[in-house]
Design a protein around this ligand. Structure first.
Ligand code: SF4
Length: 281
């Protein structure tokens, strides 16, 4: 296992998640990755950022994990897709880093959010860090596509104060076309969170011509309203801040000509969610 706990010079903190970061963990062997995933003592991070105000309540530290098995056409962090591109970080190092911010996070009613990538690719590491955060009295939020939610035990769920659940689109075929994956596990995870009374903030990325079908959105809204634990819905207008990453990584980007939604479309979509009785901001 690489000795990452003694590598303070590693550039873990990023100015923003839109920094392209590649080859951070090129010296990590596959066997070390497997061992880290099995124990959860080590995780693989793209970066962490501080001062975030859109990834959960208050002002937050956000840890961006490496590794995602989805291939969303609008992904703005394709440099997080490969886990071996992440920087190996021990639970101890992550906890020590968080401890520096603990007092400030409390004052600003914030906490720790773990996002990605897809954090549940390394669920043992994530739940260990969340448990440590809870031990410090720090609020915890998980930003996830929910596909691997069944990896979390009921006890694991208790370490997560809030789930930011990313629902990409309702129609199964459209979802496969958009992400390459099935959305049934995500929907099942939402229902399980409802049964366990764990709060959800639902996140919906609005891309004109891709995720702007109002009937489809109405299905998503009805599902979310029916859960009973969705505290709010964030409609996130698509942007092109991640486009340069696709180009730098040599990945084919199908949304090069897509424009952000105009305000009228954003308001129509918000109205659909509100019409189902959901709170939006
Ligand atoms: S689930 Fe998130 S990180 Fe993964 S491809 Fe989709 S947008 Fe990117």
């Amino acid at each position: 296992m690489p000795d990452v706990g003694t590598a303070p010079e590693l550039p873990l903190e990023a100015a923003s998640p839109f920094e392209l970061r590649v080859n951070l963990g090129t010296n990590v062997a596959e066997a070390d990755v497997r061992s880290a995933l099995a124990t959860g003592d080590m995780g693989f991070l793209h970066s962490f950022t501080t001062g975030a105000t859109v990834d959960g309540p208050g002002v937050r530290v956000v840890a961006w994990t490496a590794g995602c098995m989805w291939r969303c056409r609008y992904c703005h962090n394709p440099d997080t897709w490969t886990m071996t591109n992440g920087l190996p970080v021990s639970v101890e190092k992550a906890t020590a880093e968080l401890r520096k911010y603990r007092a400030g996070l409390k004052v600003m009613s914030g906490g720790l959010t773990i996002s990605g990538g897809e954090p549940l690719m390394q669920h043992r590491f994530v739940t260990k860090v969340f448990a440590a955060a809870k031990g410090m009295g720090v609020h915890t939020a998980l930003d996830t596509n929910g596909y691997l939610g069944e990896r979390l035990s009921d006890a694991d769920l208790e370490t997560i104060d809030l789930v930011l659940l990313d629902l990409k689109t309702w129609d199964a075929e459209r979802h496969r076309s958009l992400t390459g994956m099935d959305n049934a596990p995500t929907l099942a995870f939402g229902r399980r969170l409802a049964e366990r009374r764990r709060p959800i903030w639902l996140r919906y990325v609005l891309v004109p011509g891709v995720t702007d079908d109002l009937d489809d959105i109405a299905h998503t809204a009805a599902y979310a309203a029916g859960l009973g634990n969705v505290e709010r819905v964030d409609v996130l207008p698509f942007h092109q801040m991640g486009q340069y990453k696709w180009e730098k990584l040599g990945l084919p980007y199908s949304l090069a000509d897509a424009a952000p939604p105009d305000q009228a479309l954003v308001e129509r979509v918000i109205a659909v969610f509100r019409g189902a009785g959901l709170r939006t901001v």
